[in-house]
Design a protein around this ligand. Sequence first.
Ligand SMILES: [Zn+2]
Length: 393
Amino acid sequence: MDGTVTSLVVTGIGLLVTNDADLGTGPLGELRDAALVVDGSDIAWVGAARAAPAADEAFDVAGACVVPGFVDSHAHLVFAGDRADEFAARMSGAPYTAGGISSTVTATRAAADELLAAHAGWLLAEMRRGGTTTTEIKSGYGLTVRDEARTLAIARGLTSETTFLGAHVVPAEYASRPDDYVRLVCGDMLSACAPYAKWVDVFCDRGAFDVDQARAVLEAGMRHGLRPRLHASQLAAGGGVQLGVEIGAASVDHCTHLTDPDITALAGSTTVATLLPGAEFSTRSPYPDARRLLAAGATVALATDCNPGSSYTTSMTFCIALAVREMRMTPAEALWSATAGGARALQRSDIGVLRQGARADLVALRTPSYVHLAYRPGVDLVAAVWRAGRLVG
Ligand SMILES: [Zn+2]
């Protein structure tokens, strides 16, 4: 009945990944022969199948593995246009540079709100079907006060995890006076965008914004009540990682070129290192050294970086497979980073975990183990997806 909160028991779970070490074995808190009860939008009970309480409805996953919904903490979904030709050229030997973003900016500025919203919604639906139940969405392809504000308003219609990325790249009209653009970002653009944003972000890298400019943008955002995160060290090592740690950023994203002091700083902080292996795959670049980060004790998240230029994938399972094959993460580490790690990167404790009181975001796989996410790459292994207790895929 509409409006009536009903309970659901998910039965026949051969292997349940809770991400709560108190609930099961190993760092993923794994439970065999488990059941899980959803009440409304939240998880009401987790435990052994034989002890499961009754519920209004039951869903039998027939021995499959159930994992927390994926948390994609880094995505650029609001844009227009297509850069397939640029990708084809790159695969034929052309290098990736930050400048390619400008072609998407031109297309996005020319696109109506309805088109941008429909396209972003289509990408979000693709993510949901693939098991992603939380998605962060950035602006960054408008780069005018009006276009940044309207793309963020569209993002806010799709997720609560919205990020102001006016400092994505210096737009062409400011190419000769980048500091004037930074002043615009920190002033009128931020004022127009802050009502729609939770986070402030900046692309601090070679060819994008330097550390002083990045600091100015992040601190201005923080004065407007936004929380900081940043893109750093994708193209070259620089001061972005240390800046992120110093100002208490929730995450520093990419981390492809890290120095020893960068690793030490991340390991000694609450700042998450978010790795985006889809970008290295799609730009044919060396992958980040995940093992070095993990050995030092840094918290690692995985995300898609879904964007039309350098990583046009919505698939967290693809990123898990890349993390295992190319970055030598174990399947368990990769799954944790794609779920609980993403939740840490968004400073959320209600997602990325399956325990009583958490939001009921879960994925039933077609397989007996999560290892298959890397073992069977490129295969749709998602049988069912619940988000906030509702079956969405
Ligand atoms: Zn990005």
